[in-house]
Design a protein around this ligand. Structure first.
Ligand SMILES: [Zn+2]
Length: 241
């Protein structure tokens, strides 16, 4: 259902402009300035309809320095911004088309606004525009877990070819190791699985360490109907743990 949710090349915005325009200039009445930050000194995000789940995700990314700082380290040249872009159909000196990395540009812009502007809340419209979202998509409540995965895929794709192409992997991927020991030959078998998120039970758990321990240091006996097929014991079923 969420396939194609992040389409950096979509959205039909061939005139994609990075000029800051004043929304009040065309109106006869003068708009009130945005409300300043309150006592927390934090900047929120306006809800576009049903984007609270996306806003929560953006806030989490903003307050992850390991993600935010490498993102800010990308220059206008890295992001193929004018005059480095060739979105107008021209090709670069080496004959390749350099598309603006819109999602990363808009993440940088929004992060900068949230950190520097004295506003109670910022708008994420330019970011969702960079996803190629139409207004109906900002009114559909998505599953935040699935959205997170798709957003990371879109960021990863947008970062391809830059010095931060491994950013998502470095920040958000880990491995679990599953050990199985055959009780007959005593050989230990190791299975490594990569993950981007961990499902944890937090109910009735005093802290996160406890939840992690409950989930990943489980000792299981593989006996009876659940015996282990050991490759060192001619693929016969053996007791294991
Ligand atoms: Zn064995």
């Amino acid at each position: 259902m969420l396939q194609g949710l992040f389409d950096e090349d979509g959205g039909g915005d061939a005139d994609f402009s990075y000029q800051i325009t004043s929304s009040s200039s065309a109106k006869s009445t003068v708009e009130r300035p945005p409300a300043p930050r309150n006592q927390t000194n934090l900047c929120g995000l306006q809800n576009q309809g049903a984007t609270c789940y996306l806003n929560a995700l953006i806030q989490t990314l903003l307050f992850t320095p390991e993600f935010r700082e490498p993102l800010f380290s990308l220059s206008a040249k890295d992001l193929n911004l004018p005059p480095y872009s060739t979105d107008s159909g021209q090709t670069s000196s080496i004959g390749t088309t350099l598309k603006v990395r819109k999602i990363i540009v808009e993440l940088q812009r929004l992060f900068a606004e949230m950190l520097l502007l004295n506003q109670q809340a910022c708008s994420s419209i330019r970011l969702t525009d960079s996803f190629g979202w139409q207004s109906n998509e900002t009114f559909d409540h998505q599953d935040v877990h699935e959205l997170n995965r798709l957003l990371f895929d879109a960021i990863q794709k947008s970062l391809q070819g830059t010095k931060q192409s491994n950013l998502i992997r470095t920040c958000y991927e880990g491995s679990t190791i599953n050990y199985t020991q055959c009780k007959k030959c005593q050989k230990v078998f190791k299975r490594i699985e990569d993950y981007q998120d961990l499902p944890l039970v937090v109910q009735d758990s005093p802290n996160l360490q406890n939840s992690l321990a409950n989930m990943f240091t489980i000792h299981e006996h593989l006996i009876g109907d659940n015996q282990y097929r050991c490759s060192s014991c001619a693929n016969t079923l053996c007791d294991a743990e």
